[in-house]
Design a protein around this ligand. Sequence first.
Ligand code: NAG
Length: 337
Amino acid sequence: MSSLRPTGMLNILWFSAPTSFPHQCFLGPGQPCDCLSPLRAAAEQLRQKDLRISQLQADLRRPPPAPAQPPEPEALPTIYVVTPTYARLVQKAELVRLSQTLSLVPRLHWLLVEDAEGPTPLVSGLLAASGLLFTHLVVLTPKAQRLREGEPGWVRPRGVEQRNKALDWLRGRGGAVAGKKDPPPPGTQAVVYFADDDNTYSRELFEEMRWTHGVSVWPVGLVGGLRFEGPQVQDGRVVGFHTAWEPNRPFPVDMAGFAVALPLLLAKPSAQFDATAPRGHLESSLLSHLVDPKDLEPRAANCTRVLVWHTRTEKPKMKQEEQLQRQGQGSDPAVEV
Ligand SMILES: *[C@@H]1O[C@H](CO)[C@@H](O)[C@H](O)[C@H]1NC(C)=O
């Protein structure tokens, strides 16, 4: 300290926050001078800094602000995703995969419709654990329409009653067994998409369909015996369809290849799927009530991008399981698969 020159005194004062100041300071031994005003200025600066420090200390003591909530995208139209489902070995695997895809999409409401006598614990539990906004519906396909043992899957359209049940609910005819039971209030901006539980969906697809005014369309991969099927677009309008099979169907589009604005569905209360429609005409049975093919709204970069794939899950072989079951040693039936 003794080596400090007189200017050093001020430095010391900066840090020690004294409560009183000498009225005089010394340039050197025995050399008094009046330096009241620089000291006053220094004291004022000190006071300012003390103030700032107490402000900062107070800030530190305050609890941190609540973490910013992700803004609820209120203005986005809701996407109602209608999924028919039925009990089989791979049902849970398919529904877990689909529900986790849907979890990536904001403002989405899942209408899961079971082909069953009543709600099953597997589906009820899965919905409750999904974290999704959902409505659980159930309708059993009438026996006459059910696929017979050994019949190939394409003979009878599957999921017709279930999709129509979802349309009924959207039109205020009730029927929910769990989840959100009230239908969309009048004037709700929304779009409806029929998403089977075995396809593969890119999250981008949902943003393509969200702003649909009437009926929007896009290609579907790995369907109809082709790499993809889809609308042909010229100057931003649908002028035809790329398909190898029955190209003269009014709407040769796959169930996964279109979405319908909810107000349009509500304005045409009799529009629904026809279980008796010939093979490949199920989509047309709904769409011909709703839109002229030339008014289809192309999405996915004028239908040049594939964002949904008609994947099929192989039926698992259960040879060993059956063998063990015959010996009373089958996999524990209490474990849900
Ligand atoms: C689709 O085609 C129209 C007309 O050619 C064009 O104006 C528009 O930008 C295209 N849209 C996209 C997303 O490529």
